[in-house]
Design a protein around this ligand. Sequence first.
Ligand code: WTA
Length: 707
Amino acid sequence: QHKCQRKRWFKRRLTFGRVRPLQLYSCTNLQETSQELQSGGDRSYPVPREYFDRVTNHHINNIEQYMLLYNHSILQPDEFWSDKAKQVLSWKQLWDDQICSFNFDVEKGPIFCEWFKGGKLNACYNCIDRHVEAGHGDQVAYYAEGNEESADIRGYTYRELLDYIERLASVLKARGVHKGDVVAIYMPNIPELVIAMLACARIGAIHSVVFGGFSAESLANRLLDAKSRVVITCDGYKRGEKIVPLKTVADAAAELARETLGYNLVEHKIIYQRLNSKEHTATMDGHVDEWWHEALSKAEKHCAIEWMDAEDPLFVLYTSGSTGRPKGIVHTTGGYLLYAALTHRYAFNYHPGDVYFCTADCGWITGHSYVVYGPLVNRATQVIFEGVPTYPSADRLWKISAKYKVKQLYTAPTLIRSLMRFGEKYVKNSQRDSLTLLATVGEPINPEAWKWFSREVGENLCPIVDTWWQTETGGHMILPPPVQGFYQKPGSASIPFFGIVPVVVNEKGEELFGECEGYLCIKKPWPGMFRTVLGDHSRMESTYFKPFRGYYMSGDGCRRDKDGYYWLTGRVDDVINVSGHRIGTAEVESALIAHGSVAEAAVVPAPHDIKGQGIYAYVTLREGEEPTEELRKALKHAVREHIGAICTPDVIHWAPALPKTRSGKIMRRILRKIAELGTNVTPNDLGDTSTLSDPQVVDMLVSLYGK
Ligand code: WTA
């Protein structure tokens, strides 16, 4: 029955008939508001005039042109996306007659979405080969800035990348990796990580990059979920002053996977040597492990390209949700690649020749879309940074920007806040006159950080592009376009990108119009959308499409103002956004409970000056256990070991009991409030506690606050 329904939907052409064109504000109206609200409030700022004096080549001339393009993209999506797909990508074969087919309504059949089906292309070819073929082989693709500061400039040209990619791809093939196999990559943020990703893409293998900060257990879970038989990693790397022994962790993960399955899952490890012989302690197992440099030196120099269907998977990337284990978000080749490239081009007004710097690690979606695929399709020259922004000192980013003459800088609000703390002197010490555009991602940027970024870093000369999007969306969804005549509002991600139809719905899933607040959903498919959760399509349907029939539910709350600007208000589910990283409360809770002394745990977000949100854990101990400082440390350590350092709780609040409803549900609303007591919340703000089975628990918890 499913098949037949699917067929019916497949036949339906993508129509946006019932979508309204973007009704933006009138610019004059905004100018007035900006004057009215000068004393605080939602003040708006035009994109600085100086930006247009300093940068003269623009993909989009002004806001009127942006609106025309936007309206074209949603009223005639077939034409819009077909033109863009031909302009931006090189296809081995064009798609069948259909640009897109989809179903977003759970009642009508399985959820699906397909773009450019039948089209053939290869992501590696689009990122690398075609640029070399077109005579740009000597152009630098990446400047590699390591953990240690050095005066040297180390560049990787497109031709060099191609050489490494082809060799590594040959090695993978020789080790039995086939189209559709999932290869795990567990590396620091160095060009070799990109090489590993593209080597997979070249032969049609699906890469699964696991952030280098994750623990052995987290890596093991991902290896098991995707059945990865091959792992590409390195001996270790330095992060600030610390050595991270990556190979040891990868070995432990492989061992955990073996214990779980009862046989060896990981058959091959390829190890890039990043540390010198004194630093690294990697022990090599001759049956499983081989050095990257040795394998590549012996490898076949050329490796044929595997032409993929546009809908063949390109990669899987795990992300935390409100329940259960992290989900393997699957992106496919054609739509994702186009969407990453187009957003990169327009959001940052990128032109080949500009030096662009995104501070994200490739272990996250921002690295995938805006360090690897988007920029490479656009033949970018970029800086890839392995280290941390405060090592050896807090001016590292500005020094890098000056050293490479960075034009566009893409970073995160948490990072801006952490650097603000050091004061302006670190910024002022550096030459930043190459910077023309600044951008952020990961969480709402608080107006204070926005203004500091604009004033201190950008000297009020640069647009600030605050991009809202998610692992699932593949690329930017809502952002302030850096075009003439556009008014920016600090703290608002602003307006939708081409092809995106955001809607705000209420609890009942009814669409709201005009000024409103509710849940942010997306109404129509877009090319960069994820296609499924690896191995569990029903989880994709129930998480994203069941809550509100007919819409993709983002999990974020949002307000739309009278000018049509979107203001993201944070997650509406049990996901904590720590420094722009999604942490599932359930994962942290189960790591705490795994510790023998814990009977029960509940984890909630709490406001944090730098990280945006911190992790606040209520812990009920087992009978006979004493709440000591040592135990506190041990519990934090346990979480770090189970998941990774980014999930370490900031606060452990001892809880003799947890507030529960009569049916036994933990009242997280109250726990969140108690966690905010340090701010301007008082015990009187805790709200209705009458539905609790034992209202006194709340008083007890309040009295233990800060203890
Ligand atoms: C949050 C990162 C407000 C949001 C690309 C979203 C933001 C989650 C912004 C996705 C922004 C990201 N303004 N909130 N500019 N950017 N978020 O999957 O809650 O790691 O749902 O993707 O981060 O995080 P993810």
